[in-house]
Design a protein around this ligand. Structure first.
Ligand code: SAM
Length: 246
């Protein structure tokens, strides 16, 4: 069988195309793209001409079978999305699973990925984290999802669209409290790149008044571990009284 290459593309800065990314796009038999109109611009920039097929969320079942068929016949394919790393809050997950089932080799090429870029510069603990991607659209489901994260101690990473940022910050503040730290990473790798490190309370107030522009990754500090071995104030008072009585 041929090989499926997962090829990341820039999240805003064309300078982030590595030699290996360009070489792979130039070497494969065909490219499966989330949006061929977007990817053609990148290929033109690189001076690469390649046959392309569409592979996006809503045609992933039929298109996935077609891509798999060609891979099994020995062709090699590069999967690209509009920006960033395929299969990370982007099409690709099912295709990789199909390839794994059928014994087709998959090679993941490292490169631009908004969540890694944001986590690394967040200033928050990076040792343990949970990537949450996009929160559910529906308000009730979004609240329920956040509720399930209430006790989360690891750093949490969320993707969010600018028009939903203010509502999401309000929900995050309600769930985790106004004092919880957050890093809002905006327009990473682009001209107006900005990382705002503040509390959820400050972020909520700021963006409620200043409508946000651009693309965002939110990195939220994890919660404190419960004080299992500690005692309540009442218990401490009782213990002190017992000592005094002795
Ligand atoms: N697969 C992509 C990746 O790995 O970077 C993510 C694709 S997802 C559909 C798009 C989301 O990624 C945006 O809504 C935003 O949250 C985040 N994002 C992409 N580019 C970004 C950038 N330059 N700055 C900040 N966030 C970005």
């Amino acid at each position: 069988a041929g090989t499926l290459y997962l090829v990341p593309t820039p999240i805003g800065n064309l300078g982030d195309i590595s030699r290996r990314i360009a070489d792979t796009l130039g070497a494969v038999d065909f490219i499966a793209a989330e949006d061929t109109r977007i990817s053609i611009k990148l290929l033109n920039h690189l001076g690469i001409k390649k046959p392309m097929v569409s592979y996006y969320r809503h045609n992933s079942e039929t298109a996935g079978d077609a891509v798999l068929g060609r891979l099994l016949a020995g062709e090699s394919c590069a999967l690209v999305t509009d920006a960033g790393t395929p299969a990370i809050s982007d099409p690709g997950e099912e295709l990789v699973a199909l390839c794994a089932e059928e014994g087709v080799p998959v090679i993941s090429i490292p490169g631009p990925c908004a969540m890694v870029c944001a986590l690394a510069c967040s200033g928050l603990p990076t040792g343990r984290f949970t990537f949450e991607g996009f929160l559910p659209m529906n308000k009730k489901n979004r609240r329920a999802h956040l509720e399930s994260l209430r006790g989360e101690q690891r750093t949490m990473i969320f993707y969010e669209a600018p028009h939903k940022l203010a509502a999401t910050l309000r929900d995050l503040r309600e769930t985790f409290g106004a004092e919880r730290r957050v890093s809002l990473c905006r327009e990473l790798t682009k001209l107006h790149e900005e990382v705002r490190r503040c509390t959820l309370g400050e972020a909520d107030s700021h963006y409620a008044e200043n409508p946000p522009k651009g693309e965002f990754v939110l990195v939220v500090e994890g919660g404190c571990p419960p004080e299992e071995d500690g005692m309540t104030l009442e218990e401490a008072v009782e213990l002190a009284a017992a000592y005094r009585a002795e």
